[in-house]
Design a protein around this ligand. Structure first.
Ligand SMILES: C[S@@+](CC[C@H](N)C(=O)[O-])C[C@H]1O[C@@H](n2cnc3c(N)ncnc32)[C@H](O)[C@@H]1O
Ligand code: SF4
Length: 494
């Protein structure tokens, strides 16, 4: 494999920034839910064997403290017409009955065991069981799943957030009881629409009444709850959106993720007949502002572009409305209690389509990477049968990528602390991307304070576009390198 030229220039001219924004601000952005750098489209099979990578990670762990946010993947979803709920861009497999689930759980256990030599000494900060639809499991399965974690890490800390994701109609009382008894303390429910007519576009057999019933079950068993809602849905009006938010708030939900519909790929909602029913971008911007005004007025606090937490009442405890699994990663480089030691938050993923994000160290000479497990159940099982880690592809970051990943995470929170950035990367962010900040300031989309740059007004709505902008030169470089068969990691940055 060849190497790219001696150094790369990732700076922008004022013209480049202006024309990028003029062109992109009138298009639908497509990195709204998965806002990583670079997109998995640019990942490829890793050249270093997994065992070697994991040993290397352990070596870095000797000088940088690693804290782990564990993700456990579930492939299955109930079949819908249109497929994949019409809008979903996540990998999944059709649920064909409990036999397939049992077989998967056995494979999953085998993958947990493969990580024993590498992950068993790690410290867990949060756990998230996502999918797919993890509440398709039967009540007896939840204890078994938690047992896998317990066995790998030598215990499950009782004081961390442990979330299980699912769809409302499957959170019946028997399951919620089993979920709570197994040690989960938080449920994330994908509701999308509370309106019984609008939800039909997804082909899901889901009713508003089932959402209330699931929430009551959570309350009865003392599980924190979060609701996913989507705006920009086919035929959704401002009134529909506000009615859903008000209903969720009145029902006492602790946390709301309010995503803008991401329209992409071969999903049914991306077909011309459905696109014609989508609110315009201008309407979506109005929806963003109206939802913000409503939720702030209802006592919610905005944590990221799309997630909202109810401010805890006295004596209620912070845990109920937090979303540690996601938030820990927003600021993944921190100071440890030990003087001079750095901590990094990592994401370790086990199971179907799970992602492992290993920022091992911020030393420019060290290696950092991300990889994703197989997104087809057949390949996942075949790899495990062959004694291999079921990894499909990944990406080796260069030092500039790590800065971009950090900036992407920070931008999700609608602000960037440039003093932290300087302390971590020894670089003045306001100088290194001055053309971007000047243009955003001119448009009234940022305000710059003593230590923080904050996105304001419609600038918040456009954060996915700014993420694409700031990464655009590097992404073009990655794309070109792949075309020429060059090694993307070998680029010398500074
Ligand atoms: C991977 S799904 C899994 C949760 C669960 N299976 C469900 O559907 O409710 C997690 C969340 O991602 C969001 N999501 C998935 N595809 C999306 C899209 N195209 N646009 C916006 N949000 C999306 C939905 O709000 C969904 O609840
Ligand atoms: S939205 Fe949820 S239930 Fe629907 S296909 Fe995606 S992961 Fe499955």
């Amino acid at each position: 494999m060849g190497k790219l030229g001696a150094s790369s220039d990732y700076s922008f001219t004022a013209d480049y920034v202006r024309s990028f924004i003029d062109k992109e601000s009138v298009r639908r952005q497509s990195n709204k839910v998965l806002h990583g750098h670079p997109s998995p489209l640019h990942w490829k099979p890793l050249e270093t064997p997994m065992e070697e990578l994991l040993d290397e990670r352990a070596g870095y762990g000797m000088k940088t403290r690693h804290e782990v946010n564990l993700y456990v993947g579930t492939p299955f979803c109930i079949k819908t017409k249109p497929a994949r709920c019409g809008f979903c861009l996540f990998p999944s497999e059709d649920y064909e009955g409990n036999k397939g689930v049992e077989a998967y759980l056995d494979y999953l256990k085998r993958e947990f065991d493969m990580y024993k030599p590498f992950y068993s000494g790690d410290t867990l900060s949060s756990i998230y069981f996502g999918g797919g639809t993890p509440n398709l499991y039967r009540p007896e399965h939840y204890g078994r799943l938690m047992g896998y974690v317990d066995d790998l890490y030598g215990g499950v800390p009782s004081d961390i957030e442990i979330t299980l994701e699912g769809i409302p109609q499957l959170f019946n009382e028997e399951k919620i009881k089993a979920i709570s008894e197994a040690g989960f303390n938080r449920v994330s429910m994908g509701v999308q629409q509370l309106n019984d007519e609008l939800i039909k576009y997804s082909g899901r057999r889901q009713t508003r009444a089932q959402v209330f019933s699931a929430l009551e079950n959570c309350q009865k068993y003392n599980l924190a709850n979060s609701l996913d809602l989507i705006y920009g849905w086919p035929e959704q009006t401002m009134d529909n959106m506000l009615d859903d938010l008000k209903t969720a708030v009145d029902a006492g939900v602790h946390h709301i993720t309010h995503y803008e519909l991401n329209v992409a790929g071969r999903s049914d909602f991306a077909a011309p007949s459905k696109r014609a029913l989508l609110p315009s971008i201008e309407t979506n911007i109005e929806m963003y502002h109206a939802s913000k005004e409503f939720l702030l007025g209802a006592g919610f606090e905005q944590i990221t572009v799309y997630d909202w937490r109810r401010k805890p009442e006295e004596g209620e405890g912070e845990r109920l409305s937090s979303y540690d699994y996601e938030h820990n990663l927003h600021d993944f480089v921190g100071k440890s209690d030990e003087p001079g030691e750095t901590t990094v938050q990592q994401m370790c993923g086990i199971g179907f389509a799970a992602v492992n994000f290993h920022p091992n160290s911020i030393d420019p000479n060290d290696r950092n990477w991300v990889y994703m497990n197989q997104t087809s159940l057949k390949n996942y099982c075949e790899d495990i049968d062959a004694g291999k880690f079921p990894v499909s592809r990944g990406f080796m970051y260069n030092h500039h990528d790590i800065k971009l990943v950090w900036l992407f995470q920070s931008m999700q929170t609608m602000k960037i602390n440039f003093v932290d950035y300087m302390n971590i990367f020894n670089e003045n962010l306001l100088d290194s991307h001055s053309e971007i900040w000047e243009e955003l300031d001119r448009r009234g989309w940022i305000s710059v304070g003593e230590s923080e740059l904050s996105f304001v007004g419609t600038g918040q709505y456009y954060i996915p576009m700014f993420q694409s902008l700031i990464a655009s030169k590097r992404v073009a470089e990655i794309r070109d390198a792949r075309k020429q068969g060059l090694d993307t990691i070998s680029v010398v940055v500074e």
